[in-house]
Write a protein that binds this ligand. Sequence first.
Ligand code: C2E
Ligand code: CA
Ligand code: CA
Length: 594
Amino acid sequence: MMAPEDAFRLLADGLGKAGTPQAFDHLVERIASIFDGDHVLIGKVMSDGKTILTVAFWSQGSLQPAATYELAGTPCEHVLNDEICQFPDSLHEHFPDDEMLRELGAEGYVGVPLRAPNGQLLGLLALMSNRPLSLAAYAPEVLRIAATQAGAEMARRIAEETRRSSDRHIEQLIYWDSVTGLPNRRHFMERLQEACDQAQLQGKCLGLLYLDLQRFRQINDTQGHERGDLLLAEIAGRFGAQAESGEFVARLGGDEFMVLLTNTRPAAMAHAIERYRNSLSPPIQIADRSFSISASVGAALFPRDANNAQSLFQHASIALNHAKRDDSRTRFFNTNMADELHQREFLQLRFIEALNQGRLTLHYQPQFCLKSGKLSGAEALCRWYDDILGHVSPGTFIPLAEEQGLIRQLGDWVLDEACNQLHAWDALDKPFPGRLCVNVSAQQMDDPRLAEHVQRLATRVAPGRLGLELTESGLMRNPEQTVRITRALHDAGFGLAIDDFGTGYSSLTYLKRFAADTLKIDMSFVQDMLKSSHDHAIVATIIAMAETLGMQTVAEGVEEAEQAEALRELGCTGVQGFYYGRPVDGKTFADLWL
Ligand code: C2E
Ligand code: CA
Ligand code: CA
């Protein structure tokens, strides 16, 4: 049986062709090696739901041509109803009518379903052996990770095929929610805009209901996403059935729904709210369980509460927040609620002032090399202390800066200040030994000339002393542009790290093409890696994958010695977190670490 590190390394390699035509062939071959299996297949469920098409099939040392087989009476049929399905031996006795098994001579079987990132069942991955099958303890994790990536790959291919096959499908993808079949957010927003324009012309009223399911998140977390999706589909069906003429129902995402009522009045709106709410009264039966769901509702009226689509939406959302907060189930918007909006405007105003008057500061959090224990770098984190508002977290003001188009100005200031700090430490004769990293927001990546811009700003220090952290999601906004930007930055000598790595699906293909040298493992995995074998496996895979690609890894959010130890065992190169040191100002940093 293969050692876990080798298994995960081989798995990382097996996933390395994601996005290319060889992705599945390569993966089945590697899975066969990891488990010493005789046959490995990846199959796609055809549209009839009864047939499987093998998209990759490795059998006794070679790839087989594509084939189809009927699901009925095969072990694969069980896989689709299960998370992981095993028949360790005597396969023929369980499935006497399965011709293919007989031909292959398979004795043991394990299979996992493949799902799209949205949870939709797409196919399966099956491993067979001509001897009774005994699997290593890491097998479920390896198979699950392989299945997650293969599911994402399959979803991508299906989306690709769909895109090619017809324009109607494109509309389907863009305007409809795949879980519930309802119009999606984009669709709704366009309809809302049209309805407002029309109501304005005709002097009529529009009502907007913003519905949010109570307790849904909890149900989703405890019962699993599949049941969560079924529940959403059922609720969508009930809301849809309530829609009378002139009413438009949509799912915004998560557990949020919206109803647009054209040509309404406050009293009629109150009735409509009761109708939608009552439709949830009968408990919902999913499999063998029954769920009682209710909704909070925020309501706003055009033109009484708002005179355009955007503020109508915003006001319904504010009303909903009030409904959720004080446990009342329905709230109509009123002007007092708008105070909240004013607070936000106040925050925006103060932030612009702080940025323009140089009242932001940087703190620095040390990063260490796990092997030598030495300081290897630091991350610069922006801080804002306001005399009236107190400390405002970057989690609040960074999105604010993005919304207001100020992120470039902020980013420039951060880079400049980081260069100043390096000089200041040099002047104290306490030179900073490693790489000082600054965060680059996703929006800054929209600038095709970002690399030139950064170079112009950072002429005062050697590029090798600076690193840029780009989030995985930011990199994927426009991947081809990212490839160009990262290459230019790399060629200029800057360090490049991919931040919050592990939270996206689609990056494997591009990972090799982005010229980043470091993966920062997202804090959420690090913090749960000792409690959750799943998170542990993800961390192991990221590290193995980085090694294969010749990249460094920095684990973020390390808070305990045990986490550091586990990371060291997995071969992680760097660490950052409260266990080692919190972010502190430049002077304290020099006193503590330089
Ligand atoms: P990030 O880039 O993922 O930064 C790491 C965050 O994790 C920081 O939060 C840091 O204080 C926190 N952290 C570090 N070690 C630990 C730990 O052991 N446990 C826990 N619980 N947290 C830890 P912070 O400073 O609040 O920053 C939040 C986010 O704001 C950053 O996430 C980054 O996305 C953004 N940000 C901060 N400064 C800047 C900046 O100058 N520019 C841009 N574009 N974004 C920034
Ligand atoms: Ca960061
Ligand atoms: Ca991060």
